[in-house]
Design a protein around this ligand. Sequence first.
Ligand code: HAM
Length: 429
Amino acid sequence: MKKGLSTEAYKGTRDFYPEDMAVQNYIFSTMRKAVERYGYVEYGASILEETALYEAKTGSEIVNEQTYSFIDRGERNVTMRPEMTPTVARMVAAKRRDLPLPLRWYSIPNLFRYERPQRGRLREHWQLNVDMFGSDTIEADTEVVAVAHAVMHAFGAKNSDFTIHVNHRKLINDIARTFFALDDDASQKLMKLMDKRAKMDADAFEKAAEEIVGDRTGELVSILEARAVAKLPEALLNTDGARELVALLEMLKSKGISNVSFDPTIVRGFDYYTGMVFEVFDVSDENNRALFGGGRYDDLVSIFDVEKVSGVGFGMGDVTIRDYLETHKILPAFTSTTDVYICVLEADVVTFADDVADHLRTSDVNVAVDYTGRKVPAQIKTAEKQGIPYIICIGEEEKEIKQFKVKTLASHEEKTVSWDDLPAFFGKK
Ligand code: HAM
């Protein structure tokens, strides 16, 4: 016999019941407000892309192990987007002649990655993507990091609550290829190892490092432990990467972004980054982890065989930011989008209750009417449980004199308001 269907959401995805949806909406609207303040405008695209888009330049782990891919009925290879950057690069490449550069664009797409679900990592997440195209200056790099910083502040975070770690792909290349004279293959291995360092113990790291840089492991460790560009070996100081990093750090500090520092272990997983890379960390003991990051990618648009359009940006996930807001107790309490719940005392006044509701609705007040015919306490309990802030109980008397007792559920305060004054009570005309 067939058992009942499971009521669970597909593994690694979430259902958003109204209280979770309210949190999600709060997160999105805070993100939107913060980035629009810097002149970023919203764009969108389909969840589905041709698989080939990701084979060109995305980090191989994502493509080989983490994509949801299928063959459609027309034999095309299709992938549910695991990130937005290839899509936005494709969109910019397609219309580069018509688009007035520089572009400041953002989106909040849902993305799919076949990951092992764990704290902060799911199979579907939403990610704020903020990107600037067509500007390859230090000012553009600085702005993108400043926007990331501004989004954190818009959520109520302070500089002491999080840190921004920056590094530079050119510097990483110089460390691997020039300083340690590694070939392509060994350089790739070193980058992957650096990326994993935070999750490894010192012995395991040193053992793996020895296989790549041999007896120069000590030098590698001291480079990775440098927390100021000036502490790098002499030979690395006069490189473009080091110089750009120093300029970036100075510019950020001059903007009051004091919680930023150089971190040579920041690599970031994708192959397309070419310049500055950064990662934002929570500093609290309970949630000491990377929250989000990004960087400069100057060659991604040219994979579409068009002239180069530089890009720089970041991706901020909703899962890690929600964990952050909960850890730091800065998530606003839930209130319903419904302002008023109308309790109906007797069947005869239902039509009048509807009239009151419509009167309020035409003044932009959000109203729901209880049609259940239940006893009043049960109706009030519904409003309370649904987080609706006000109730109005309507019976024969209210119908007669057109005066209403508006009750604030949180404080149990009651105020008598006339028909004409009702909209103004809710701050509406
Ligand atoms: P990413 O580091 O792969 O970069 O993802 C950015 C952020 O999205 C992560 O730091 C995290 O907040 C969130 N995130 C990623 N995967 C998951 C997951 N499985 N579950 C929950 N949250 C996740 C990118 O995707 C780049 N395309 C970002 C970018 C935009 N770079 C330049 N522009």
